[in-house]
Design a protein around this ligand. Sequence first.
Ligand SMILES: C[S@@+](CC[C@H](N)C(=O)[O-])C[C@H]1O[C@@H](n2cnc3c(N)ncnc32)[C@H](O)[C@@H]1O
Length: 509
Amino acid sequence: MPRASRKCGSTAGSAELIPTEGATVTTAYDLVRYPSWPIPETHPAALAVFAALYGLSFVPHYGCRVLEIGCGEGVNLMSMAVTTPGSEFVGIDLAETAIAQGRATARAAGLGNVTLVAQDLLRATTDLGRFDYIVAHGFYAWVPEPVRLAMMRLVGRSLGPDGLAFVSYNARPGCRLREALRDILLDATQGLEDPSEKLEAAHAALRRQIGLWSEADPFQHALAIEARDMLKRPPALLFHDELGGTYAPQLLGAVVEAARAEGLEYLCDATPELNAEALWPSETFEKALPSTGGDWARFEQISDFADMRRFRRSIFCRADRGIDRGFAPERLDGLFASAEIALVKQEGEERDGFLLRAGNGAELTTRDPAFAELLAKLGLAFPMSLSLEGIGTYPELARGLLHLFVSGIVTLSTAPSGFVLTPGERPLASPLARTQAAQGETHLASLRHKPVHLTDAGARAFVALMDGTRTRAELARAMADQPGVTEEKAAARLPEGLAEMARLGLMMG
Ligand SMILES: C[S@@+](CC[C@H](N)C(=O)[O-])C[C@H]1O[C@@H](n2cnc3c(N)ncnc32)[C@H](O)[C@@H]1O
């Protein structure tokens, strides 16, 4: 086997084009590192929300088994594992370098509930047991058909009776445009082996095409927008996602057919926005109904054609479950909600109704004082979530919250927040984030199951120091070891720094 001994190029984004020292190169993923981050929508507590909304029982996040297929370095699993020591996490991936790096991180972070296995799905012989949640993110549309079939077989064989499987993929028809760009990129990079040279040629081809395409031609204009978007992406993503060996965007209908062949059924998409029709069928749905034969997945496929959908996050369950689509307020009972929102104006202040503003700038007005009060409470608690216990007895509040969930303003979860906003006298940061910070990673996994980009080396050193053994005064002294920081300066900055790390969801005590 050839050894990866050279640097593969510079990085314009956060992704690294540097192989792990001494690694045996066997796949493109061994050669060029793929960023491994928490993927919020794959968390069991996020997936289970959809089971709850559609009347299905589910296994709670704190006592479940999770499998991730094509887990890369496994940070997504590790980030789940930090807050749920009673659950078990298994990841498989073909790339030995990624698995070796992941194992080292899990060991250093003390995560005994994470097992990472270097395995080719096509040759998987080990029986890994039953799983309550199975995740395959960024996998299905980037592997050849036999691997896709093997993946669905594994899901069909291993998904527990109350299990949920998450499969994300580039979708057709929207990705047809990107396929046109891929043709251009493959042509431009023909015969090139070196990742840096390949990326350079790909970037040059994109820039050249943008210069050639006419704004007046709608098709060329659309391609130019795509190409500009591609130029902005981290190089490692472009290298693997568009320049990789397989690029096979999928029709939802074909993915559903493959899942059904393995005894699975389509539940919904993990993108809240795509659940509006299932909760509150509109005229669009009524009109499309005759051509769907009552098959929900057919309806969503038709809407993909209408919307030129380009990405899907499909959730599957076992075929024998009684999926019940439609709005039922009691199904929100026991969930947790969070929202970055603030009450801007009370009713009567120069307007009808209460005015609220969300973190994304969206404004909403309600005349219901109880709803305004609930949203204001959520806003004050943010980023912590609040329990929705008992909300089922207030159908209008439940309906309003669900509408905001579908609009992307409210986040729902079956788990309470796993972080603290007021760190203790001996501040304790997430062991995973500390490990990553000590490894020099710039993206840390937060206890909110999100990546946090810490560009400042001082901030990362601060996170690495917070292992629960140092008092605040000792932390300030240790921070004074950083270049250009005096002890007084460090002590003065400490409360603000701690509050910031807590707000980012990095603190557990
Ligand atoms: C695009 S990356 C996605 C990584 C991660 N799931 C994410 O979304 O960040 C695809 C991953 O699938 C793995 N993979 C590809 N073919 C495989 C196979 N036959 N068996 C197991 N893993 C495979 C690659 O090594 C790579 O880590």
